[in-house]
Design a protein around this ligand. Structure first.
Ligand code: ACO
Length: 328
């Protein structure tokens, strides 16, 4: 039973200063700016400095979301950090962020759903708020994908970047808020997007490092096909469960993996591209951070207005997918 309506009270994001351009990559692997732009839409991405960690950007994004919501850290009761590049295998990066923020009344844990992680986190936060268990929940999507990217593999290294985005989820009035979700998974596709070693199956050894097994492996073409289908059908299901139709959608905030995936998903559903937030040219694929960074930029630049119907949609490793329909 829903006791309260959950909504987004504030957004924030943080990205590294250092830019890795397509021209830089031309000097690292056999590729061209023309290939990268025409196949992916990416022109540059941000890369964290050595010594920095996912929690650094997660905490900065969270501080900005708290400020936008007008809340202090001790008003947060739960911190969820969606990431596939935690600072360490454990403890959870969410706990490191909890300490950094001084969120002394918050429980904290990480959530692993790759690029769909932010949507999964939003759904979890929303359920906690709707049930009355927590009033204010911080949801962070943060990844330093550069840390698991093989910069000798041209098929993957041109795609990814680093960053973090965050939202505060709390109680809102009945006429707005998070209206519906669609979440799904298909573990039979686990090996289309994965890091082979460093877990319990293949613990780190000098051999696994030598064989570069701590980096992302990806079946690019299969992932592309899956992504177009998953994004279009997931957004359609979320819109229908909210009791809305496609023409009610004011803004789409999709996961930024490849501009061609976004264009193909929009063509399939019939959503005009001028309603879509695209910033992949600046950041590449930042995994769990991509949707909350795009959402934050759209809110701050005035692309999203109060009362707009905004749909966030993503897909990623797992395989996983998810969409949220929100009245802002
Ligand atoms: N520069 C130049 N040539 C390249 C590069 C590069 N960076 N990368 C691959 N190529 C070559 C390939 O070797 C291939 O050459 P060949 O025909 O001689 O074999 C050719 O370009 C075409 O390769 P394709 O894989 O068919 O290229 P495609 O148009 O499919 O684009 C891409 C590849 C961009 C990876 C695309 O498949 C894609 O975006 N897939 C989805 C990726 C994705 O969304 N990942 C999500 C990650 S989400 C998460 O959870 C982390």
């Amino acid at each position: 039973m829903t006791l309260h309506r959950a909504g987004i009270l504030g957004t924030g994001s943080a990205v590294p200063e250092t830019i890795l351009s397509n021209q830089d990559l031309e000097n690292m692997v056999e590729t061209t700016d023309e290939w990268i732009v025409s196949r992916t839409g990416i022109r540059e991405r941000r890369i964290a400095k050595p010594g920095e960690a996912t929690s650094d950007y997660a905490a900065s994004a969270a501080e900005r979301a708290l400020a936008a919501a007008g809340l202090s850290a001790d008003e947060i009761e739960l911190i969820l950090c969606a990431t596939i590049t935690p600072d360490m295998l454990f403890p959870a990066t969410a706990c490191i962020v909890q300490d950094r923020l001084g969120a002394t009344k918050a429980a904290a844990y990480d959530l692993s759903a790759a690029c769909t992680g932010f949507i999964y986190g939003l759904a979890t936060a929303s359920a906690f708020v709707e049930s009355g268990m927590y009033k204010n929940v911080l949801v962070i999507g943060a990844d330093l994908v550069s840390r698991i990217t093989d910069y000798t593999d041209r098929a993957t290294c041109v795609l990814f970047g680093d960053g973090a985005g965050a939202v505060v989820v709390g109680r809102v009035s009945e006429d707005k808020g998070i209206l519906a979700f669609d979440l799904g998974s298909d573990g039979s596709g686990a090996k289309n997007l994965y890091v082979p070693a460093g877990g319990s199956l293949n613990p780190a050894t000098s051999e696994t490092v030598e064989q570069r097994l701590h980096f992302i492996r990806m079946g690019g073409r299969d992932t592309f096909k899956f992504a177009v289908k998953a994004m279009s059908s997931s957004m359609e299901r979320a819109i229908a469960s909210a009791g809305l139709s496609l023409s009610d959608v004011d803004v789409l905030v999709p996961h930024q993996a490849n501009v061609r995936i976004i264009e193909a998903a929009c063509e399939r559903t019939g959503l005009p591209l001028d309603k879509v937030i695209i910033n992949i040219d600046k950041y590449g694929n930042t995994s769990a951070a991509s949707i909350p960074i795009a959402l934050d930029e759209a809110v701050r630049s005035g692309r999203i207005h109060p009362s707009d119907v905004c749909v966030c949609v993503g897909f990623g490793g797992g395989l996983t997918w998810g969409a949220a329909a929100i009245r802002m």
